[in-house]
Every structure is written in C-alpha cells, then in structure tokens.
Design a protein around this ligand. Sequence first.
Ligand SMILES: C[S@@+](CC[C@H](N)C(=O)[O-])C[C@H]1O[C@@H](n2cnc3c(N)ncnc32)[C@H](O)[C@@H]1O
Length: 249
Amino acid sequence: MHFDPGSRSLLSRHDLGRFPAATLFDKLARVVCAVDCLPRKELYESWEVARRVRRRFRGGRVVDLACGHGLTGWIMLILDGSSERCVALDRRLPASAQRLHEALADAWPAVANRVSMREGDLADEPLTAQDVVVATHACGTLTDRVLAQASEVRARVAVLPCCHDASASSQAGLSGWLDPGLAIDVARATQLGHAGYLVHTQTIPATITPKNRLLLGEPTERVLPAPRPAPAGSTDRSAHPSRARSGPR
Ligand SMILES: C[S@@+](CC[C@H](N)C(=O)[O-])C[C@H]1O[C@@H](n2cnc3c(N)ncnc32)[C@H](O)[C@@H]1O
C-alpha cells in the first residue's frame, strides 16, 4: 500500500518495519516510531529541512524556534557535530516532546546533553551572529518575527513558512501577479536581500507538504572576502558589497 509521507497519522510501532535500513534516516524513523507520538509528515519535514540547511550552514549554535517536538534542531545536531549546542523553544511544548527527546537521547547519547528544550515566546531567546536560526512552519507572521529577530543580530536563518496571512504580512505590491502566499515569501526573500543577506531559495518535496518553500539567508559578510583597505585619502565606503546594501541593518 502507498505510504504517504505527508500524512498526519502518528508514526507508531506498527510502522517500524517500514524503516529497516541501516541508514541514518531509518534509524531516526525507528526511534520516532517507537515513541508513538509524531505525525508522519513532521518526521519528513524536519529531515528535509535540516539536511538542506546543514548543506549550507555548518557549526554555530542551532536555535530551533517554534520548535514543536524540536525534531528539526535535533536532526541538525545529529547531522553536524560541529555545532556545540541546540536550543529548541516553543511557546508550549507538546506533551510528548519530552518522551521523544528522551528516546533520541538514548539513541544518540553524545548529542543528548547538547540539546535543550524550553518553553517561552521566541522573542525571549537572545540570539547572536554565530547562531543558525531555524523555524519549520512557524505560522503566519511568526515567520516574519523569526526573520526580523535573526537579521537584527546577523545570524544565519532558515524558514519554511506556512499559514500565510495576507492581511498581516507584506506582499510588497506583488499580489496582482502572484498568489498571496508566494507574494509574501518573495517579499520576505527580497527584504532579507536588502538587509545584506545572501538569499537561497529551495523547496522540499511537495508530497510531504504543499507549504514547501524553504528560505535560507546568510549575512554577506560571512561569505564575501574582507574589504581591501581603502587607498589613502579615499572616502569611498561602498567598495565592499556588504557596505553597498540599501536596506536597514
Ligand atoms: C505549526 S507548529 C510547528 C511546530 C514544529 N516546528 C514543526 O515543524 O512541527 C507552530 C508552533 O509555533 C508555536 N508558537 C506559536 N507562537 C509562538 C511564539 N510566540 N513563540 C514560540 N512558539 C510559538 C506553537 O506552539 C507551535 O508549536
């Protein structure tokens, strides 16, 4: 029978046999199945987001905002040992989040003491320029808040937006051409660019979720060569691309 990765059904012990391989993904899926609490699509969404973000952004503290069960942050640490820590934060952690955390900790003991989960508003988490901020399906304007918070400190950031709210998020005048959700995401990408970020746009498979646009941003100063010293007497400060940006910092 077809196994739909976008299903909201809970993964359970009955699904263990679907993940027999010695791969990292199957090991992760078996741990999740045994806990019997996670909607199937959350496993696939978290995996697809985490591995794409990790291909671009290594190291740093991982901050998983509006984290739900915190699986995206967990996977990012499993995939990349160069991150010392992950903080996963949600206004209200699901009741089953602790059980999943404990099961993951049993399976990856070396990662366990580097992941902490806590409850709070995302504005309560102080960020720094070294962080990798990720938010998988932070609903509506929550995604805008994540982008604003991360760009304020020049952190690397990745969001997979959902529940677009055309009455609250900017569409940058694009609603005559693009559907509102797409207009909002284009406006977000453009705004990140204006803030001096190198922007990457990707998608995760639509079979997992139709809300599959992944927006990644990296401050240009992290990727561009350091500016050459200006010749004596020069007042030109726009030679370095990161200084030529037009938007707010
Ligand atoms: C659609 S869920 C996504 C959860 C998880 N990232 C995932 O992909 O499964 C959105 C989450 O945002 C959380 N949330 C809503 N407002 C928040 C806020 N102000 N600060 C932190 N988390 C918030 C909710 O509690 C919920 O868990």
